[in-house]
Design a protein around this ligand. Structure first.
Ligand code: ARG
Length: 573
């Protein structure tokens, strides 16, 4: 399937023309082609300004030479040269019509698969055992899931791994606390309450604290009885996490769990390798690596602690083993970590050490995200001042969505309950995905469930409207003829052709919000089309069929786009 990407198509031709006219070699990106914000212009090329500077020639003259050498075939007429040297393109109607018609039979809507598939290890969700998932885990789970979908759709192989915090000193007290409950009655109703109770016993009961410390040693030495209780604890926690994943419609399963404990067998070799490479130093009894370029405010070098003074291994050591495992043993070409922004330095140091050790030669990136804030602008808390549990938050989302849907639904109550889930969960996810991920965002029900504006509810309504229109028309028509005479039809067609570009920007930049923005613009463009262009009562049968085809393509674009964000598009709301 040929790409539907107009930007790319124009860029290729502009680059070729610049080569012929000016003897310069440019990449397609350097053609600086973009959709034009100007009325009556579809695309513009902005390369003449920088090229003029580089060649020491007036930009308008450069633009004219490129225009003269351009071979656009039937795509567009000769570009107009505007302002300081913009090349303004107006696409030919017939070409546009043929392009849109070409999308009708294409399940990928003109989006090509990458010619260079990569094998991407993607760390996301990664909650901690014996603790409830909170709003921060919502972000990593939702963003990670969207990235997994986007990357797979682009043709990459994605290896998800859920880096559960399932190891370390607190497990002594947690296991001991669970072991105090008779076997067979160890279901944990509330993970946070369980954790608090263990901590309280540890702080107040000296004998318990001693037993807890001994448990850590037993756990680390692989004592079978201890491991059995530990496994129960992990299983109880995983049950809670899976309930959240289910509610969210996130595909993580038990086979994606690669908790901290998984890397235990590799830790000794990690230290050994680093020592052999001459990278370690002993500082305060701990084995450390001081990667170059990392210093604190006082100018002291910062250590990545590989082995603690007591011989134990911590978070950093495990992450070193993680990198080594996914590159060396699993052949990952890319390592992505969807983790909150506060861990930026940890990952920067980790990558630096792994590169120095030779474990990391490909791409590694910390996909950072900001904090979820409450209405008061502070980290979101319950009224009682506790962190908000993700499960409670999602249940409330569905309840709130049910009220919104009930306001104007054509469905019976069972149908409404079903879409409430799609709408509520979609709203939470979309609110998280639609902003630049590195920024904090304020969690506000009324805003995320608004029927107007850049929300998933708005997109879901737009999609449902397309479905209702197609139902009234008795289904989508066969044939492929597309007619684009009205300005609103043309605008919609231009938007539909930009789906691939939006996906590419969202995927390459790990920036789902770019897809959100595109989908929103598409829905707005469709609604203008819907207002200005009668569909069922179009002036001719051909026009009616063409408009129904545009409606079908809009529906498919919205549904596919939403699905790549992990959001459902119900047929009716
Ligand atoms: N469990 C950690 C937390 O909840 C996140 C782990 C992220 N992944 C990693 N490989 N360090 O903060």
């Amino acid at each position: 399937m040929q790409t539907a990407d107009v930007t790319e198509e124009l860029a290729r031709r502009v680059v070729a023309a610049a080569g012929r006219a000016l003897d310069v070699e440019l990449t397609p990106e350097q053609a600086l082609i973009q959709a034009s914000p100007r009325e009556g212009v579809d695309y513009q090329g902005n390369l003449a300004m920088s090229l003029g500077k580089r060649l020491g020639r007036p930009p308008r003259e450069v633009a004219a030479l490129i225009a003269g050498a351009l071979e656009l075939g039937d795509i567009a007429g000769a570009p107009e040269i505007a302002g300081p040297g913009f090349l303004n393109f107006v696409l030919r109607k017939e070409w546009l019509e043929a392009r849109i018609a070409g999308l009708l039979g294409d399940p990928r809507l003109g989006v090509p698969e990458t010619p260079r598939p990569r094998r991407i290890a993607l760390d996301y969700s990664s909650p901690n055992v014996a603790k409830e998932m909170h709003a921060g885990h919502l972000r990593t789970t939702v963003i990670g899931d969207a990235l997994a979908r986007l990357l797979r759709f682009a043709g990459h192989e994605v290896l998800p791994h859920n880096h559960l915090g399932d190891w370390g000193t607190p497990f002594g007290m947690l296991i001991e606390h669970l072991a105090d409950v008779p076997a067979g009655q160890r279901a944990i109703a509330d993970l946070d309450a369980f954790y608090r109770a263990a901590r309280q016993k540890f702080d107040s009961d000296e004998a318990f604290a001693t037993r807890a410390r001994e448990r850590v040693v037993l756990l680390q030495s692989g004592d079978e009885e201890t491991l059995a209780v530990w496994r129960e604890l992990v299983a109880e926690s995983t049950r809670h996490f899976n309930a959240v994943y289910d509610l969210l419609g996130v595909s993580l399963t038990d086979k994606d769990i690669y908790g901290e404990s998984f890397y235990n067998p590799y830790l000794a070799a990690v230290v050994e390798d680093l020592e052999k490479a001459g990278l370690t130093e002993v500082s305060d009894g701990a084995v450390c690596v001081f990667p170059e370029g990392f210093r604190n405010r006082d100018g002291d070098r910062l250590p990545l602690i590989v082995r603690k003074r007591d011989g134990g291994y911590g978070y950093a050591a495990t992450d070193l083993a993680t990198v080594r495992y996914w590159t060396a043993e699993r052949g990952a070409t890319d390592l992505l970590y969807v983790v909150g922004a506060p861990q930026a330095q940890h990952f920067a140091m980790l990558f630096a050490v792994c590169r120095a050790a030779g474990w990391l030669t490909g791409h590694a990136e910390h996909i950072a995200f900001g904090t979820v804030l409450g209405a008061d602008g502070k980290t979101m808390r319950t009224r009682a001042g506790e962190t908000v549990k993700l499960a409670d938050l999602l249940t409330e989302a569905v309840d709130q969505a049910a009220a919104v849907v009930a306001e104007r639904s054509e469905l019976d109550s069972a149908g409404q309950a079903e879409v409430a889930r799609a709408v509520g969960i979609g709203a939470v996810k979309y609110a998280d995905l639609s902003g630049d991920r590195e920024r904090d965002y304020v969690f506000a029900w009324d805003r995320m469930l608004a029927k107007e504006g850049n929300t998933s509810v708005y997109l879901q309504y737009a999609h449902a409207r397309t479905q209702s229109l197609l139902r009234k028309a008795g289904g989508q028509p066969g044939g492929t003829q597309i007619l684009l005479d009205a300005p609103a039809e043309r605008a919609l067609a231009l938007k539909l052709l930009r789906f691939g570009e939006a996906l590419k920007a969202a995927t390459d930049g790990y920036a789902p919000h770019k897809l959100c923005t595109y989908l929103y613009e598409t829905a707005v463009t469709f609604s203008r089309f819907f207002e200005e262009c009668p569909v069922l009562k179009a002036a001719s049968p051909e026009l009616r069929a063409s408009r129904l085809r545009l409606t079908t393509l809009t529906a498919r674009t919205l549904a596919l786009g939403l699905s790549l964000l992990g959001i459902e598009a119900p047929e009716r709301l």
